[in-house]
Design a protein around this ligand. Structure first.
Ligand SMILES: [Zn+2]
Length: 159
């Protein structure tokens, strides 16, 4: 069975940026996603289209097909008073938007009462290198199609 629209795919992956491993699936805990529903970044989803179990591939994803380009307008200065307790440079914090959604950001610098933060995704602007092995491909269940994502055994509950 090949990877096409609406297939549920299991794969092992290693993500490397500038020769450094940024992320990888744990042994026995593959990434499970639903093809064609933007569950994963577009460049990787496109490269996997048509592949089959056992296929191994190396995929280079440019920023526009990954997490987008960096936008310096997304670097902002906040007041120290907006933070509780200690601030750790390099750490990820979460802001709540007016619509209730949660937006992650990274603290870049603290100077006096000013905290410089970056709302760009950490991998924005980066060329991503994926080493991928396809472990399993199956049809999605009607429920998975309805939800637009894969359900692997007990990995999430639905109310
Ligand atoms: Zn679901």
């Amino acid at each position: 069975m090949n990877i096409t629209q609406d297939k549920v795919v299991e794969l092992d992956y290693t993500l490397t940026v500038n020769g450094e491993v940024i992320d990888q699936s744990e042994p026995g805990e593959p990434l499970v996603y639903l093809q064609g529903h933007s569950n994963i970044i577009p460049g990787l989803e496109r490269a996997l289209e048509g592949k089959a179990v056992g296929d191994e591939l190396q995929v280079t994803v440019q920023p526009e097909d990954g997490y987008g380009e960096r936008d310096e307008e997304n670097v902002e200065e906040l007041s120290r008073e907006d933070f509780e307790d200690d601030i750790e440079v390099g750490a990820t914090y979460y802001a709540q938007a007016e619509d209730g959604s949660v937006i992650p950001f990274t603290v870049m610098d603290v100077s006096g009462d000013t905290v410089k933060v970056d709302f760009n995704p950490p991998l924005a602007g980066m060329v991503l290198n994926f080493d991928v092995k396809v472990l399993n491909v199956r049809d999605a269940t009607p429920e998975e199609l309805d939800h637009g994502h894969a359900h692997s055994d007990g990995d999430h509950d639905h109310e």
